[in-house]
Write a protein of this length. Sequence first.
Length: 131
Amino acid sequence: AAAQLRPVILSQLREEAGHRPGGAPTVGEVLRALNDGGVPCYPGRQSLAVLTKADYCWHTRTKDDAIAFSICEYTSTSAVERSQHISLTEFPSIGERTFLVQGNTMMTIKVHKPGGEVTIEKVKELFASLH
């Protein structure tokens, strides 16, 4: 069954990548700010935005594995709010997470190791500096 889903998933990822909303900050800008600001991250990969009705999403984690996060791009503030609501109501098993919003971009952050809270504070500062 999983093999049958693969082409569908890949097609959806291509569709989302081809129709990014173009607002700021972009996934690339966020990742550059984190890496340049002292929060080294793995390159990560695109994830399915359709699950939370986002337009484009990227998932990665810090190199110390303290936190994992997604960065999603949207066409509007109302789309960001809708996506956050979907994330909380449809995916409660993810547990406690932190949502950061800047423009039409949202980061969803999950602590994976003790001390990750300190990293989140640094991420908050860096993310807030983007426009």
